[in-house]
Design a protein around this ligand. Structure first.
Ligand code: SF4
Length: 665
């Protein structure tokens, strides 16, 4: 039995869906034994009936089983009726969800029209004021009473009209009351929702769905896990809607979504998913479907030996303690291994795909921020001089015979390791599978501080098998750094991006892994999921290198580029979010580590910007408000000047740098 205190899913080794109660949403029930449902949200003006209907239809055709529509005021709530009628007259029975912020009267009207309403407990009744910083117990209780008073009528309407409700917490928009008591922590997010759930339960209303979204994947994952623990304590079992907010678009948005959503799906958590991208919503469903499809037959995976104890805290990020071996492990950021075992390297130019650019005239190398740290060459060698920071991994039997071993290190399998007497005195790599770790090998490794482990799996539930191996290493107190290796076959590049983001992301967000190494057998060299699906042709090595750095960025374990926190846009958006995000990206993408939020409206945008360093927020027609952190620094800037002003602000803070030859992709 797993310690109850840490239990957040059925099993960490045997795939099974975490069972929740079934909630009826129109004719498409959610939770219980139902499949993982796919949903998304329109970005049209809700007052534009035809545009909203047509976008909804495109979303349904793309695979959405529910469609959410924003209803910021009573007018939009009223127009949901026209939208619904038009959809039904065109033969579309898709359940509709009204997205509510702040306005109980819009919610109560919408709940009479659509199949589900979504409320954000951080702003259902109050605007966030950041005013009251201290709450006495009595003030806290009084505020809860006020919420009960304002929220009860909505619950009663939902009960009467059999309308479901999602209580959806957002990390970026917790109420002042919650912030005061719990901070912007996973516990604060969970409590924020449970306060509302308890009111529903007192009124005997149980058609509830819960979500805990955040832009920070670590926070999002921890919040869902904690929510399950708390629900179990309070004997609740409401279905879970998964999503990463403000994930951005293109590759980064897909990677971030797969890390957050995929990690939870791996443990059987989640009844419905929404991938939020800064793109037209019909592009979101295929990503969500690809994430969910992996689990259709996952329960048939090869057995993994069960565990009785979780040696890590699933709610608090702590990196596994490791030795440092020649720059790998310890406090170093995770390393990226590029696999060139199947591609011959003949000239310096071959390394451009993994971030190394050679200038023949000066005989100098320039490194991108996302330059791989290590190359696996298999049985080949490189004949030209390589940069001093680069390490080459070569199969042990070939390495042994090399005349010069400078910057070259051997890779062993278990048998070679146990038999060999010829090791590098700096750095060695050992391939390891869960079943390899017996008593003899464990004892050898404990006294061997020159080895980095390369863990691999061929199990369909591979993340769980690799996590099991990490747990063994922790409990046996083996502190060698670990490179996570995954090998994929027959995937399109778009699938490879999502699957690998899930598999690596699930381990990295739990502090497991000191490096990443990915191989793929595929003839596909066209990735489609960039921006608005512009196909990109490039080498497999280049694609994989960029994906691995993207995964490290999304898990916040290694920052190599600017981070964009862009809202997906909705009927409230005040400018073309996709175009503006692209414009800002083009001018700032070389600013490693700077976080820029691009938000469509001032109503919710500032609350949802999470921990961005700068905010670009729509505040009126052709008007932008600029933020430094959570503080407004410029109001009412016209759109034509706003990007320059934003850059000016970054310069003022000393965070600007000119892009140079070093910055290339
Ligand atoms: S922040 Fe963006 S997605 Fe959220 S309400 Fe405003 S415009 Fe809509």
């Amino acid at each position: 039995m797993i310690e109850t205190i840490k239990k957040y899913c059925n099993s960490l080794t045997e795939y099974s869906r975490y069972k929740t109660r079934e909630v009826k949403i129109g004719d498409v029930p959610l939770g219980g034994d139902n499949p993982i449902r796919i949903q998304s949200m329109t970005i049209t003006d809700t007052m534009n009936t035809i545009a909203t209907v047509e976008q909804t239809i495109r979303m349904v055709e793309a695979g959405c089983e529910y469609v959410r529509i924003t209803a910021p005021s009573i007018n939009e709530a009223r127009n949901l009726e026209n939208i619904k009628k038009e959809l039904r007259s065109r033969g579309y029975a898709v359940p509709l969800i009204a997205d509510i912020h702040f306005t109980p009267n819009a919610a109560e009207l919408a709940a009479r029209i659509v199949e589900k309403v979504r409320v954000n407990p951080g702003n259902y009744v109050d605007k966030k004021k950041f005013e009251q910083f201290e709450y006495t117990d009595q003030e806290y209780q009084e505020e809860l009473e006020r919420i009960r008073e304002r929220f009860t009528p909505l619950v009663k309407v939902c009960k009467e009209y059999r309308t479901a409700m999602r209580i959806g917490t957002n990390h970026g928009s917790l109420s002042d009351r919650i912030m005061n008591r719990f901070g912007d922590t996973p516990l604060g997010m969970v409590e924020s929702a449970l306060e509302f759930v308890r009111i529903c339960e007192e009124l005997d209303f149980h058609s509830i769905v819960l979500s805990m979204k955040a832009s920070n994947t670590q926070v999002m994952i921890q919040a869902y896990r904690l929510l399950i623990q708390k629900m179990e304590e309070e004997r609740m079992n409401y279905p879970l809607h998964l999503g990463v907010t403000e994930a951005g678009g293109g590759e980064d948005g897909r990677i971030k979504s797969a890390v957050g959503i995929g990690t939870l799906l791996e443990d059987g958590i989640g009844d419905t998913i929404r991938v939020s991208l800064t793109e037209d919503p019909e592009y979101e469903a295929p990503v969500a479907i690809s994430l969910a499809n992996r689990y259709k037959s996952r329960q048939n995976h090869k057995p993994i030996k069960p565990i009785t104890e979780i040696p890590i805290d699933p709610i608090i990020y702590t990196r596994r303690e490791t030795l440092e071996v020649s720059g790998v492990g310890g406090t170093n950021v995770p390393v990226v291994v590029a696999d060139f075992s199947e591609r011959e390297i003949t000239t310096q130019k071959d390394l451009a795909d993994i971030g190394y650019k050679y200038n023949e005239e000066t005989d100098k190398w320039f490194l991108a921020d996302a330059a791989a740290d290590t190359i696996y060459l298999g049985k080949q060698n490189i004949t030209f001089n390589i940069p001093e920071n680069l390490k080459l991994i070569i199969d042990h039997n070939v390495w042994e015979k090399l005349e010069s071993k400078k910057l070259r290190f051997p890779l062993f399998d278990k048998n070679e390791y146990l038999k060999s007497k010829n090791f590098s005195d700096q750095l060695n790599f050992l391939k390891l599978h869960l079943n390899d770790l017996d008593e003899v090998l464990s004892n050898e490794l404990k006294s061997d501080n020159k080895f980095v482990l390369v863990i691999k799996t061929d199990n369909e539930h591979g993340m769980a098998e690799q996590r099991r191996l990490f747990f063994d290493l922790i409990s046996k107190e083996i502190k060698n750094p670990v490179i996570i290796k995954r090998d994929y076959q027959n995937l399109l590049l778009d699938e490879l991006r999502l699957h690998s983001s899930t598999d690596f992301g699930a381990l990295l967000t739990d502090g497991l892994g000191d490096g990443v190494w990915l191989t793929s057998e595929t003839n596909d060299n066209t990735s489609k999921s960039v921006g608005k699906f512009t196909p990109v042709k490039e080498s497999k090595e280049k694609f994989i290198n960029r994906t691995l750095f993207g995964i490290l960025q999304a898990t916040r374990t290694r920052i190599s580029k600017t981070e964009y926190i862009a809202c997906p846009s909705c009927g409230r958006t005040l400018f073309d979010l996709q175009e503006t995000t692209e414009m800002i990206r083009k001018r700032t993408e070389h600013l490693k580590g700077v976080k820029i939020a691009i938000m469509g409206c001032i109503v919710n945008g500032p609350g949802e910007m999470a921990d961005a360093d700068y905010g670009y927020v729509g505040s009126g027609v052709d008007k932008i408000t600029l933020y430094r952190g959570k503080d407004i620094v410029k109001r009412g800037v016209t759109s034509s000047k706003a990007v320059d002003e934003l850059i000016g602000l970054i310069r003022e803070d000393g965070n600007w740098s000119e892009s140079s030859e070093n910055d290339f992709s």
